[in-house]
Design a protein around this ligand. Sequence first.
Ligand SMILES: C[S@@+](CC[C@H](N)C(=O)[O-])C[C@H]1O[C@@H](n2cnc3c(N)ncnc32)[C@H](O)[C@@H]1O
Length: 243
Amino acid sequence: MERQADAPAGHDRLRFFRRIGLEDGWPGTRTKLRPTDASRFDGGDIASTFARALCERGALPVKELFEATETFALSRKVLRGPVVADLCCGHGLAGAFFALMEREVERVILVDRERPPSADLVIDALDAVAPWASPKLEWRESRLDRQTLPSGTAVLAVHACGLRTDTAIEHAIAAGGPFAALPCCRPHRQHPAPQSLKNALGHDVAIDVHRTYQLEENGYVVAWRDISPVITPKNRALIARRA
Ligand SMILES: C[S@@+](CC[C@H](N)C(=O)[O-])C[C@H]1O[C@@H](n2cnc3c(N)ncnc32)[C@H](O)[C@@H]1O
């Protein structure tokens, strides 16, 4: 496992929207973005313009914007290549940021068993600021285990609940591409991590240790990073590049 010195827990500013601080707790708010929140994104860059468009549409809860963008900031240098898949994507915002910000990304496969109304608001906002980006998005309304990904696909899973994170790992290994996840609820009873590790380390750490060994045995180098706990307590990120 690779250790990164530049990722202290409890950073006081966001990594991606650097002008937004964490001290007032706003980035962890569960209520939806509001048009008045647009003034918080006062940059002239395309990401800020997109964020303002999301605010104007009340597209999704505040914390989900920052879960997506902070995971994007942590993983964008590792999830390289023409095809990125955002698995259990929900609104698909993390994938939309790859389409918007990464020139080399030609195709973003968005997989979720249900396409929520917020997904259309994300695409509408994207079309308003970067109409060239949404044609890269390919929505697949489907269960994860029914999907096959193109060889080399870079796989992202933001809060893919429970064993869905493990299914995403299997997809990355099968495709042979890099992998990043922000796991959320760990399935304590069903997960195959050894019970002795669960007892000694706590279930959540033991399950991510098990995932790390699985990835490293399959030719990856894994880094444990984190996004701010102000945004979510489910804040550990596993970032895995091909060795
Ligand atoms: C906690 S949400 C995360 C959504 C999004 N990635 C985010 O960060 O907001 C988990 C998502 O997984 C989807 N999901 C659950 N089981 C699934 C399955 N078997 N196949 C595909 N999607 C699934 C749900 O519909 C939901 O959108």
